[in-house]
Each structure stands twice: as C-alpha cells, then as structure tokens.
Design a protein. Sequence first.
Length: 592
Amino acid sequence: MAHRTERVLIVDDNATDQALCRALLTAEGFDDSLILSAKTLAEAKVVLEGDPPHLCLIDYMLPDGRGVDLLSQINEHNSHLARLDTYISSIVVTGSGDEKLVASVFRQGAGDYVIKSDVIDHLGAAVNRALKSRSESIADRKTTMVDPVTRLLNRRAFLDKAQVLLKQHYQNGEHCALIYIDLDEFKKINDNFGHSAGDAYLYGAAHRIQRLCRDTDLSARLGGDEFVVFLRDISRCDLILKIDSWMKNNTDIFDDTFVCQSLRCSVGIAVTDLTDETSLSALITKADDAMYAAKRSGKNRYAFTGVEQLKSNKSLESFSSSHNSHHVPPTAILTALLDKEFSFMLQPIRDILTMEMESVEVLVRWSLMPNTINIEKVFDFFAEFNLDSQYFDWFIPEILSTISTWQSQGCQLLFSLNAPSSVDGCQVFLSRLVQSLTLETDYKIEPWSLNIEIKESILNTNPDFFKIFIRKMKALKIKITLDQFSRTDTNIEILAIQKFDKVKIRRYQYDADTEESFLKVLTLSSFLRMSMGCELVAVGVESLCQLKKVQKAGVDKVQGFYVGQPIAPSGTWYDFLTQVDQASDLLNKSNV
C-alpha cells in the first residue's frame, strides 16, 4: 500500500471513536505521526490556526458545540489561501443519515459525510473522495488564481490574499511592506524579438522576483510588465538589505530568441505604519509612486515612499534630531554600509619607556562622512537600526584577512578591536568573532594577536553579561581592555573581581580646561592598575608636553597623534612598519 503524506485532524471527544478512525486511516496508508486529534471545538480551532491539516474528520456533536460549526472557519480559510497547499477538506461524522441533517452538512461546506455505524466500511472511500475533491479544488484554484505566463498569482488573487494578510498585519502588530516592480524598457524586447520572447523574459523576471518571497509572502503579476510583492512581518533594515542585495545580484535572463538580456527594473517600496491603518489600495498607490520616483531618478534602482518608513519605533527625523545630524540623511549612512564605503585604519599604541609600537587600535572610517557628524554617531545609527550584524559581516572578515596576511609576513603586533556600546551589539560581535576564529576560513591568525576593547559602561550596567563576554574571550586566549575607564561612575566592587589586560583612559573625555583632571585620574589609576595586575593606557597625546605629563602620571602605554597617526593598512606589513617606525626619535624627544 502506498505511503500517504497528508496530515489529518480527527475532532471527536470519544476516545474509542478516535482510536477507531486512527486505525482505519493507518490501514489506508496514512502516517500515524501525521494524524492529529482534538476533543473540542476550541482545541480544533487552535490546530487550524497553526499548521492546517489537509483533511478534517469532524464529529457532528462536541462538548462545546456542534462540530459543523468548525466548517465556517475552514471555509474562511479556504476562501483566502496564502498558499494553495494549505487547502483543507472535511468529512463530518454523523450519528444518523437523516436527509435534512445531511443536506444541512453539505450546505455548511462539508466535503463529505459518514454515518458512525458505517465508519468501518465507508470511511476509507469517503477519505479518498474528499482528498480527490481537494486536489480538484486546488487545480481549479490554480487556473483562476495563477497568471499563465509567469506562474505567479494574478491580480485578482493577489488582491484577495493581500487584503487578508494586511488585516492580520494590523491585528498582530507586524511591520509589512508592499513592493511594486516595473521592468525597465520591456517594450523593446517585444518590439525587437516578438511577444514569445517577451513572455520568456517575463517568466525569467518572475522567477527572480519570487526570490524576494518567503513561504508567508505573496508575489504576483499585476499586468503587463508590472509585478508586486507583499512581505509580511519584516523589519525596516532587513527590508532594505533584502531589496539592495536582490537588485545587486539580479542575473541575466537567457532565451534562444534574444540569447541574453539583463534584468533591469525600477522598484518602489511602501511600508505599513501601525499608527495609521492604510488600505491595500492606498499602500499599492504609495509603492507605485515610489516606483515612478525610482524610474525618474535613472531607472534600475529602488526608492521608498519616504525616509520615515525605514524605522518602526522612531522616525528617522527623530534619530537625526537627537543626534544633531539633521544635515545627514540616515539613508546615506545605510547606503554607505551597503556599498562598502567603510574602511579601517591602524593607530599605533607605544610603550611609554621605549616608544616601541607594541599594538595598534583598529579605527573604522567612512571616507565620505560629512563633517556634521562623527563616526560615533554612525555607530549609534547601526545600533538604533539593528545593523550590527551587517556591519560585522563586513568588518570582521576584513580585519582578520589583513592580520592573517601580515602575520605570514612576520608581523607580531597586537590588534585592538572595539566592541559595540550595547549588549545586543556585543552579542552579535562575539558571535561573529567566535564563528570566524573557530570555523574553517581562508585566514589563519594567532588568537594572542587580538585584543578586544569593551567599554566600562557595559561593566557597570550589565555585569553578568560582562563576565560571560570576558570568559569567552579568555577561552580563545584573546586579551581584554577596559575602555573609556572613568567616563562613567566606576563601581570598584565590580571592578575588583574582573581580570583585564589593560585599562584605557581617553583624554577627549575631559574638556580642554580640565586636562589637569585627566592627569589626576591617570595618576590615581596607575596605583589601581597595579592591584588589578594590568597595564594603563593613556589615549589622546597630541604634543611632547602632553607625552611628558602622562609619563610622570605613571602610565604604561600611550596612544595619540603625537606618537602615531592612524594609517591605512595598504601594502605589506613592512610598508606599514616603515611609515610608523619612529621609536628612536620619540624616545630622544621625550628624554629631553
């Protein structure tokens, strides 16, 4: 007997009847693990709202109502299918074959019925009829719902289904998006190669458009060369990154008629606003307007209805205002990340006694960053918009590749990487770093060559996470620096039980008039670091006078423009070394 893979739900409060139906189904070849059960209407409704079965066997009377009352939920589900394979067929099991009762069962939408006394003899045939009817219904739906050229949903089917999803979106508080896609210069393909070639191009485009969708999303051809996609429950940044990646990775479409034709399209995106319930037609209009804006700006690009659409909890204007960066659209920062406009530089950290370079701090730079903001504001943006993952997907392979290459050339420097300011960001950073160091990769580096600088604010506000972070770093033999020490109120009790390799104090934390405070904190910290068993690093030394002052304060290491400016790591390790090797000159000056 053939193995059946359909899921079946038995709704019956009588354990004996349930067991009998289950035995009869398994005898017909159904997998016992795919046979679900419910004793009440309430239990059955929960199952239907989850992963819908292909077939329901429903007892006419249940403890909390009539079993046929479940048919209205099944009919509602079947009339608004997001996916055809979730169509539900039903069989009602009745106590008698009364004509009026049977007619009522069919009027309410049952696919078939079986009398309880005849279950053993007739259930198998009824199940096969119901599942055959299900297959025919799905085939009919495909004919009426699917566009014959592209095999995507047609306009009418999309509007019906998207309307239901949009309603659920507002009920569930999801963030959804409507994407409107217009193929650029499609008319030329029809004119130059004929309509058969045009259909082949449409089919190829539809195949690529389908890549934007997950199982819960919808894609359709609205007509002509216009397509639409409805994405459920997606964050603003995930949406942007999805669209950007899709646009950049679209490949050529091949056909015997026109051989090769690149897929070029203009894309408009509208995002739902939970504070303002927008109709589906209004959402489509907004996306259509954005698509024309993209077309007017040069075609083959995407545009949103407005930058306020990119953030769910706060508008981008709010972000800009609170960070004094209203002259810099946050979309420009996001685009810079997507287009890999970021790079990094290395700033020497020197021994205070010998002026030898023992390590470098890795400083990330945005080459086209406007002068109205600084790099810290850019990282604030990454944190606000949950872009830490995308940032570290670029940064960690980039720096580890350089370290690996230089170590093969004899470099023995310690490379200091800055951990994010938030616990969430640190978790992403930790995950990406551990993954890169423990999995098989193209670069091989010595773990002792890494030092992670983590801010004291995280130690004070999240000591438990801080302990976990340090423990995992130490397990990998990675060194730890407590960064921005004394910038926030220091908790000596927490500090005493942690183990650091270095403590770093930055001069920019203090105003120019209070530089004396900086030196006093350095002096005090020089005593504290001895009991902690770590080294003290002074950052921000910009002159010989400042260098001599921090020497007297008792620091171990020094960093700043005077002892070494940030340098791009272009070329070999030797090329970099020749640019920064000024230890003897600095030592002579500091001894004067």
